[in-house]
Design a binder for this molecule. Structure first.
Ligand SMILES: C=CC1=C(C)c2cc3[nH]c(cc4nc(cc5[nH]c(cc1n2)c(C)c5CCC(=O)O)C(CCC(=O)O)=C4C)c(C)c3C=C
Ligand SMILES: [Fe+2]
Ligand SMILES: [Fe+2]
Length: 361
């Protein structure tokens, strides 16, 4: 046995965050709308608009979270993922003592608290891992930018590597395909005909894709295609659609709601697959399970099955561990790989497309 002291590697898991009480809903919404990645206006306009929109939306959002006991379950489920990933990394022979930390973008634990914990632990290096398989400037890009600013503020200057995206990571795809197969079988067992699969992702405004060169939509399509390939069901009826539209701007489509209505006209059984979320929260437990189900019932859609998100599925956790080791080894071997278009310390398995997206603010 080696008596060499192991280096400490901090793995930072990023997600959006969610309110932990009814009183937290309004400030959570303010933080979200005051992010230049969400509303790319200069201040004071963004600040004022964020105040206005968060005040107006708070009662609607409070009703949404009331279905979940007044709070989002996102943090607890992310903690389960962090524990499972830390165990998996420390059980394998990667030469590090690994510790997983969580930084949420719009509610606690915020990046600055987490970065202080990373510093206090005495980490030698860190890997940033957004819990978004598909990169968007509105999510992963915003979290990574915020994290880097906080590290500068508290003078945490250790080597940092970023795993920007993993839309076709085999662990993520296999775990999703396993869950979809179960949901598809439950729908088939009701003997109402061959189901249609709706891969439902959180939408973004169209301008995010076109003006920022954001790869989100193309990576969503790649994830859905990879799951369909893995399922290998001949003649499968499937498509990608987008949920959770807010505000007056034009969003990418088709919308999940439109597709549920079309399924009503076609009288086909539906299986809804969340493809951009890896944990349960308001967008799955309320929007998909309550609001969209009500529309489906009203339209007398013969079957409405919602597939669960991957959460701590062992194949997904193994996939995240692979993403970490790929990021580590790619950047250890190549250092700063400018020739292949890599941003410094940034590993992108999708032809480096994330490095070309324009992060506002
Ligand atoms: C892939 C994930 C997500 C993208 C892309 C995204 C973009 C985006 N979101 C809003 C506005 C809201 N999102 C809200 C909740 C929410 N969003 C995501 C993920 C993505 N958002 C998650 C995981 C959650 C749930 C948080 C939880 O319940 O824990 C909300 C709050 C809820 C509500 O009022 O409906 C808003 C508002 C915009 C405008 C946007 C892109 C520009
Ligand atoms: Fe959102
Ligand atoms: Fe990427």
């Amino acid at each position: 046995m080696s008596d060499q002291v192991q280096k400490k590697r901090a793995i930072i898991l990023f997600n959006l965050g969610g309110p932990d009480s009814p009183e937290a809903v309004k400030p959570f919404l303010f933080n979200l709308f005051n992010d230049p990645a969400i509303i790319s206006l200069p201040n004071p306009f963004r600040y004022l608009l964020a105040k206005l929109i968060s005040s107006r939306r708070a009662p609607v959002a409070q009703e949404i979270y009331a279905h979940l006991g007044g709070k989002s379950p996102l943090l607890e489920l992310t903690q389960d993922q962090a524990n499972a990933l830390q165990t998996s990394l420390n059980d394998s022979d990667n030469g590090f003592e690994n510790r997983c930390f969580i930084a949420m973008r719009y509610w606690k634990p915020f990046a600055n608290e987490t970065a202080k914990q990373v510093k206090a632990w005495g980490a030698d290096e860190m890997i940033l891992l957004p819990l978004y398989p598909q990169f968007s400037t509105t999510t992963s890009g915003s979290s990574v930018k915020d994290w880097k600013e906080v590290c500068r503020d508290i003078d945490l200057s250790i080597p940092m590597k970023t795993a920007c995206c993993y839309p076709t990571n085999p662990g993520f795809i296999d775990a999703t395909a396993d869950m979809v197969k179960e949901g598809y079988q439950r729908a088939l067992d009701q003997n109402k005909g061959a189901p249609r699969l709706l891969f439902s992702a959180h939408g973004v405004p169209k301008a995010v894709i076109t003006r920022r060169n954001d790869p989100y939509q193309s990576q969503i399509e790649k994830s859905a295609q990879a799951v369909v390939d893995k399922m290998a069901i001949p003649g499968l009826d499937w498509l990608v659609c987008y949920q959770s539209r807010v505000g007056p701007m034009e969003w990418i489509g088709p919308s999940t709601e439109e597709e549920i209505k079309r399924a009503g006209k076609d009288a086909v059984p539906l299986v809804i697959v969340p493809i951009a979320f890896v944990t349960e929260h308001s967008e799955t437990l309320v929007e998909l399970d309550i609001e969209y189900r009500e529309i489906a019932d009203h339209l007398k859609i013969p079957v409405y099955e919602r597939v669960r998100t991957v959460c701590s599925h062992s194949k997904f956790i193994a996939g995240l561990a692979n993403v970490i080791e790929e990021t580590q080894s790619a950047l250890d071997q190549n250092g700063v790989d400018t020739d292949s278009g890599q941003t410094r310390g940034w590993w992108c398995p999708d032809d480096h497309v994330c490095a070309t997206a324009k992060q506002p603010g």
